[in-house]
Ligand binder design. Structure first.
Ligand code: HSE
Length: 307
């Protein structure tokens, strides 16, 4: 039986101002997925982690993504997937995207790499939609392409990989669950023109900052007047922690995806570690369980590690 092992990384969507249109991949944490090619139209999901996610393909992120791909494959084939997720669902660091992107890249490898990257993103979005009830690629695209990506349009998909300077990322994952679907429901349906102008000026600034490798411009552009004021209320001590991280030298940061994880970007490792200390200090006092990762932007995205 043909088998492949995939390493699928966590991703940070939105990058503060780019709600639903920007994201980047990080090195840690990452999910390992083992997949096997079957000679019949079937999707078999074996849960080997403690998350108890549904195993019916239509209700499962792996399944949703693979079913979308299998609709475009003529042969009688299917897949067996062993789920050993480490990225906790509902963490805000692209857990469902790591599943969906990981299995489509793995399946494509098992089928002799017949699909292009943007086709793989489209298949994976069907899986992501099962978890978030929305059609967005800001975790999936960087997971598959690696690095930092801008999604200029979802339909038709227009994904633009961006250049970026060396960046250290500190991420705190408080062990509380915020469902993306809920974090989207609470957002305003309309925004003022003044806020929209501020927001798109920052998105433009952030894209230019990445491309020009201009850390000051990146720092100035990491501002969100639309989403953060609403969602930050779901994250204990968000304002205090953000203020302390900026004082410790972070370029900027905010809610990772739909939360509850919070990330900060830094120019060097020493600052990223100082930010880690601040995050530890703020959260230790609150009695909420949490993990902190100090990592870097992952320019490869999903990797085939064996097979
Ligand atoms: N752009 C999405 C959101 C990302 O913020 O709802 C979800 O991880």
């Amino acid at each position: 039986m043909k088998e492949v092992t995939i390493l699928s990384p966590a991703t940070i969507a939105n990058i503060v101002c780019g709600f639903d249109v920007m994201g980047f991949a990080i090195h840690q944490p990452a999910d390992k997925i083992v997949m096997r090619l079957l000679e019949k139209k079937e999707i078999r999901i074996i849960n080997k982690d403690g998350y108890n996610l549904p195993t019916e393909p239509e209700k499962n992120v792996f399944g949703g993504a693979l079913l979308a791909m299998m609709r475009e494959v003529k042969e009688e084939i299917g897949f067996e997937i062993e789920s050993t997720k480490v990225i906790k669902p509902g963490s805000g660091i692209g857990s469902s995207a790591a599943s969906a992107a990981g299995v489509v890249v793995g399946a494509n490898h098992l089928l002799g790499n017949r699909f292009l990257k943007n086709e793989l993103v489209r298949f994976a979005m069907h899986g992501e939609q099962i978890a978030s009830q929305a059609w967005h690629a800001d975790n999936i695209a960087p997971c598959i392409y690696g690095g930092v990506t801008l999604i200029r349009s979802n339909e038709p998909l227009d994904i633009i990989p961006l250049d970026f300077p060396p960046l250290y990322v500190t991420v705190i994952h408080p062990q509380i669950e915020v469902k993306t679907s809920y974090a989207r429901e609470i957002l305003p349906k309309q925004v003022s023109l003044k806020d929209a102008v501020t927001q798109w000026a920052n998105v433009g600034g952030l894209v230019a900052g990445f491309m020009k490798q201009d850390y000051d411009l990146i720092s100035r552009s990491l501002q969100d007047v639309l989403i953060e004021p609403v969602r930050s209320k779901l994250i204990p001590s968000f304002d205090k922690m953000k203020k302390r991280c900026l004082e410790a030298g972070a370029l900027g940061g905010g809610i990772s995806g739909s939360g509850p994880s919070v990330f900060m970007l830094s120019k060097d490792q020493a600052t990223a570690k100082a930010v880690e200390e601040v995050m530890n200090e703020v959260y230790r006092k609150m009695g909420v369980e949490f993990n902190v990762y100090v990592t870097t932007v992952n320019s490869k995205g999903v990797e085939i590690v064996n097979g």
